[in-house]
Write a protein that binds this ligand. Sequence first.
Ligand code: HSE
Length: 435
Amino acid sequence: MEMTNVAIVGLGTVGTGVARLLLDHGDRTARHAGRTLWLKKAVVRDLQRPRGIDMPKGVLTDSLQDVIDDDQITVVAQLIGGLEPARTIMLSLMESGKDIVTANKALLAEHGPELFTRARELGRSIAFEAAVAGGIPIIANISQCLSANQIRSLEGILNGTSNFIVTQMDENGADYADVVREAQQLGYAEADPTMDVDGTDAAQKLAILAHLAFGATVDWAQIPRTGIVGLDPDDLRYARKLGYRIKLLAIANLAEDGLELSVSPTLVPEGTPLAEVRDAYNAIQVIGDAVGPVFYHGLGAGQMPTASAVAADLIDTAVGRTRLTFQTLEYFSIDQPPRVKLRDADTSSGRYYLRLRVANHPGTLAAIAAVLAQYGISIASVIQHEGSDGRVQLDPVPLVIMTHVATEGAARLATADIEALASVTGPVVRLRVKD
Ligand code: HSE
C-alpha cells in the first residue's frame, strides 16, 4: 500500500489525540485514504514531559529541523497555538514543501491572507476544519456541501468553554471561577481562557465562517462582541422565567444593506434547538436560499472531537482533495475584493432584555418608559418585584424589561440615558433576544 509520511508539530491536548488516531487506528485511516498515513515525527518542546501515549521509537523529537529536512514528510499537522512562533513555523514548513493542517483559528483570523497567499505561491495547501467548532465539519459543509446556495444567515454557539460555563451556572448554580477551572482541566479552554470568555475565540471563528459563507473579508477585532465575563446568575434566572436560555451567540446575517456580524450573550427561546445546546457542545444553524435551514450540532472543544477534524484533514490532504478545494476556492485571496460590505452595527434590529436596579418610589417606571418612548422603543413586558420581602422594604429593586423590536443604535442610546436617571442605580444589563 502507498504511504504518506506525516508529522505533528505540537503534542498538546489535540496533537496527542491526533497521534492516538494515527497510531491506534491506522487501519481506519488507511481505508479512507487508500494509503497508510505514517506518523514519522512528532515535534515537542520538552522530550521528558509525560504525554500519556506510547510513541514508537524515533518519532518524538525536539527539533523542528528534523521535519523541515525530511523530504519524505509531505503533510504536517501544525498544532501550536498562539500567533508566534506558530506563524513562522507554518511559513517554514510550507517553504520546505509541506502541506499544512491546522486547528489554530487565531492564527488564521489574524494572518490568514498572508499565509494563504504564500501557500498558493508555493503550490501548497492549508486545511483548517478543526479551527472552527471542533468536531463539527462546518468548514467542509459551507465551502463544499452548501456551495450552490447563497447563505442568508448563520447563527452559532461557537465557543465550547463559554457554553460549558453558562450551562453549569444555569443548571447547577455553579460558581463562575470554579467552572472556568474545570473547563481548563477538561481541555476545552484556550491556553489563555480570557479569549474564550470575552468573545474573542467566537469572533475569530465567526470571521472565518463569514469569509467562507459570504466572501466577507473581516478583521475579527472589528466584530462587535461581548463575552460571558460577568454574566450574572440573576439574568440566567430571569431569562428562564421569561421562557428563554442565555447563550453566547455568534451571528452573521445578510441584509439588504450589508452583512451584520456580532457575538453576544443572547436570550434564545426555550425549546428551540440552539437553546438546548449544552456543555461543551457547539451548534450552527445555517440558512441557505436553496437548502433552507440546516442545523449542525456536536462537540466544539476537547481532545478527540478536535483530533477527529484534524485527522480527516490529514486524510483529505494525503489523498489530494484539499489541494483541489484550496485552489478552486481561493480562500482568503488578497486579489479578490470582498463580496459583501459590513453593515453599520447600529442599524441591526431585534428585541432586547434590560435589567436595572431602580429606586422603589412613584414615577420610576414612568421615567424609564419615557426614555424608551423617546427612542421609539416599545415595552413588551415588565417583571417588577413587590419591592418587599414581607417585612423590609427593598430599595433599590430589580426591574426587568423586554422590549419590542428596536435598532441597536436606539437601544444603545436609550440604555445610556436610562443609566443617567437618578432613580437608576448602577449599569443596565442589556442583552439581545432571538425570536
Ligand atoms: N477553546 C475553544 C472552545 C476550543 O472552548 O470552544 C478550540 O477552538
